[in-house]
Design a protein around this ligand. Sequence first.
Ligand code: BV8
Ligand code: ZN
Length: 265
Amino acid sequence: METETAAALKLVRDRLLRARKVVAFSGAGISEESGIPTFRGSGGLWNSHPIEEVATPQAFQRNPKLVWDFYLERRRDALRAKPNPAHVAIAGWQERFSFCGVVTQNVDGLHRAAGSRNIQELHGNLWQSRCTQCERVSEDRALEARDLAPCTDCGGLMRPHIVWFGESLDPEVLATSARWMRDADMVFVIGTSGVVEPAASLVRDAKRCAVFTVELNLSKTALTPVVDVSLFGKCGVIFSRADGSGLLEQAPNRRRTKLSRWLRD
Ligand code: BV8
Ligand code: ZN
């Protein structure tokens, strides 16, 4: 296994040396080492809060307070969380490649907190709310239950600005994410079980466009048969492994503005 890992890492590092455009496609697993629970598997959020009770439009219609309590709990988790070495390494890639994009299924805001700028949030953002009447989206930092504060513009009921199951993703976010991933030299698929659509198919689509795809996960996923290389382990550890085999050490400096530094490296 070690050999396989060493060979897989070498393959990835050789590709990184030649890459100019990279995209990180992330799921809940990238935030696990920051203390944010994932959705599936033991201790997963969907075990204690079934999707149909807290993450569908019907659930919100039926019991908006229960849904708000679920998202306020997620906000408190996210507020306690700090970006881990995986988020930080990806943010650092912005200085090393001519393009580094993040396409995330997560709503916790940790990529932005780590300093990443080119981010597509496929499923929305915990820190925004949307009016169910006038659709106005606003930043919302509330942490405690409130009497479902109405929209300040029209008095309508506010909901989390999150894409629930059975709801369409923002077409522009989806199109930009697909374009970034198709145009990339490498796509890193980090901490996702690859079961939620249409997000997971963005990886299949990139693969069909001959993009080199690397999965980082604890174990095999629905996307393992699709990707070129799978690195098994905690993503924060893989990104920051002290023995220098961490992916970050191998990412050359590709920023055109720092060409001289790159030529020297
Ligand atoms: C839609 C917001 C059109 C909520 C989320 C085909 C096409 C289109 C739709 C479907 C389709 N097939 C099925 C559907 C329906 C549905 C769907 O995908 N269902 C699944 C469950 C089968 N899709 C939809 O409804 C989508 N809507 O397509 O609109 C439409 C319109 C009307 C009617 C029908 C269709 C909307 C989907 C978006 C749902 N919202 N999030 C919230 O966050 O509260 S999805 C939710 O799952 C989260 O965003 C989460 O990020 C995402 C995916 O999960 P993962 O991130 O992968 O997390 P998970 O826990 O599963 O896995 C974690 C992984 O990390 C594991 O592999 C683990 O091993 C690994 N890991 C853990 N620790 C580490 C680690 N890896 C590395 N290091 C570690 N330390
Ligand atoms: Zn309103």
